[in-house]
Each structure stands twice: as C-alpha cells, then as structure tokens.
Write a protein that binds this ligand. Sequence first.
Ligand SMILES: NC(=O)c1ccc[n+]([C@@H]2O[C@H](COP(=O)([O-])OP(=O)(O)OC[C@H]3O[C@@H](n4cnc5c(N)ncnc54)[C@H](OP(=O)(O)O)[C@@H]3O)[C@@H](O)[C@H]2O)c1
Length: 298
Amino acid sequence: MTPHPQAAPDDTTGPMAGKTVLVTGGTGGIGRATAAGLAALGARVAITGRDLARTRASAATITADTGNTAVDAFAADMSSQAEVRRLAREVLAAFPRLDVLVNNVGGFWSTRRVTPDGLEHTFAVNHLAGFLLTNLLLDRLKTSAPARIVTVSSGAQRMGRMNFDDLQGERGYSGQRAYNQSKLANVLFTYELARRLDGSGVTATVLHPGVVRTGFAADDPSPVWKILLPLIRPLLKSPEKGAATSIYLASSPQVEGVTGTYFVNCKPRTSSKSSYDQTTAARLWKVSVDLVRHTARA
Ligand SMILES: NC(=O)c1ccc[n+]([C@@H]2O[C@H](COP(=O)([O-])OP(=O)(O)OC[C@H]3O[C@@H](n4cnc5c(N)ncnc54)[C@H](OP(=O)(O)O)[C@@H]3O)[C@@H](O)[C@H]2O)c1
C-alpha cells in the first residue's frame, strides 16, 4: 500500500496559483514537461508514475526547476483498475478541489500483453485507465468548476478503427493497430464526455502533442520503430515543445469554456471522420463501463 501523500506546502504565485492539477504519467516525457510547465505557472501539481520513489524524485526535480514546492507524487500502475481506484481515492483525500485533470499516460507495446484484470494492455492503459480515473474524479471536478479534462491522444487516431468484434486483439494483435484504436478511443471518449458534461462547467478537450523525443515505445518497440527511431530522434520535438498544447489546454484563458475539441499545436483541428460518430462513441462508453464495472465489485 502506497503511503498517503502529504500535500506539499503551497505558497505559489502566478496565473495558475490556487489551481490544483493532476497529470498522469508525470515522471518523464510529455507528462513531466506538462507538470513542470503548469508548476511554473503557479499551479499545485500532482504527478503519477508506477514507482513511488521515482515519482517523488521527478516531483523534487520539478520543484528544483520551477521553485514551486506544491508538487505531489502518487504511485499507481494504471494497467490495474484496482490501482486506478486507489489512486482516485488518494487524490480525493489529498485535494479538496481539482481544477484540471490531464490524462497523459499512454504507450505503445509491440507484443500483446494482458493486465491483472485480464484485459489487453494497450486498450487498458491508453483508454480504460483514463476513462475510469476521469469518472472517479468527476464529482470533484464538477464541484471545482470551471474545471478542465485534457486527454493526450495522437495523430495516430486518424488511422484508428474501433474493432468492437475483437476490441482486445484476442484473434489477432498488432501493436500499431492497438495503439491507433486506443488513440481514436481517446477522441471518442472526449467528445462523448463533453456531451455528457454540457452545462456542468467542466470542459473536455483532446490533443496530438506532435512527434516527441521521449521514452515512448522504449519498453517494447516494433521492429520498424527500432530502426527508424535512432535515425529520426534528433529531428523530434523536445518534451517541452511536446507539452505546449497540454499546458495551453490546461491553463489558457483563451480556451475557457472550449469543449469537445481536438487540438494540434495549440490550434483546434478536425479529427478523423469516425471520431465524430456518436453511435460509436456511445457504444465505446457502454463497453468501457462494462469493462470497469466488474472491478468495482471486487
Ligand atoms: N512521444 C510521442 O511522440 C507521442 C506522440 C503522440 C502521442 N503521444 C502520447 O503522449 C502521451 C505521453 O507519452 P510520452 O511520449 O511522454 O511517453 P513516455 O516518455 O513513455 O512517458 C510515459 C509516462 O507514463 C507513465 N506510465 C507508463 N505506463 C504506465 C502505467 N502502466 N501506469 C502508470 N503510469 C505509466 C510513465 O511513468 P513510469 O514509467 O514512471 O511509471 C511516464 O511517466 C501518451 O499518451 C502517448 O500516447 C506521444
């Protein structure tokens, strides 16, 4: 059991002072740069990672880099729904308000893996974890309104197809297909969430961060990535540049009240045609509820 985190002292100033932000996957890559950017704007920032010591070390680095002492660390392996539920309980216990949730955790896995809940790993981590966490924190976001939910998708959403007949790749798995599907799911989820939150003062936006130099796909890259990545790595965006749209959507007054929109480079963009299909979005929502419901009883 992770020790209950003590909220760090908060004496910050800046445009985000008084706001509390949770960034999932804040130990590295785009998530850490997002958390650091928001901490620099004066927000109280909580980050998550799988290992508490590593997450605390990242939080300490963000404090050292920004001078903001209100940076908290939470540990949860988001491939496990029990851990997502525990994370939500700890966040609710630690923070009386939550102004922004950034669903950033995500990754690419070339080989099929199964989570402790018996679910395909890419779908579970990239979509279901954020779906569950958002729903568990939703009342706190509503009582903190105006509040924002920002989800990190990818340009890969354009190639995504929801294969409801084999959502979890049991009959055939391709890392790329699973990733594309999960990133389309991020967009469908956001648009459906925005419809459900209409009038609540809580907005839901989704973004493509660009192609960014991070630890992405490092665990289990595809053979193509293994060859390509070292060649193109120097050309990729820095994590700081990759975090710009997440930071913008989490903090900018320019997007106050903007909801149900996909952003690239801090600009609204059209997402794939299938992402606007409300029947597909409603079906995904229902399937997702069913896939998280059985762990609620445990
Ligand atoms: N990099 C790109 O070019 C790119 C492009 C498009 C979209 N994206 C999206 O951007 C988001 C962030 O990606 P990134 O490139 O910054 O990746 P990254 O460098 O691999 O960072 C991933 C973060 O997620 C955490 N994480 C990974 N698996 C986890 C799990 N099972 N439970 C809890 N935390 C977990 C990691 O923390 P620990 O390892 O400490 O647990 C880390 O903080 C993802 O949603 C990705 O799909 C990235």
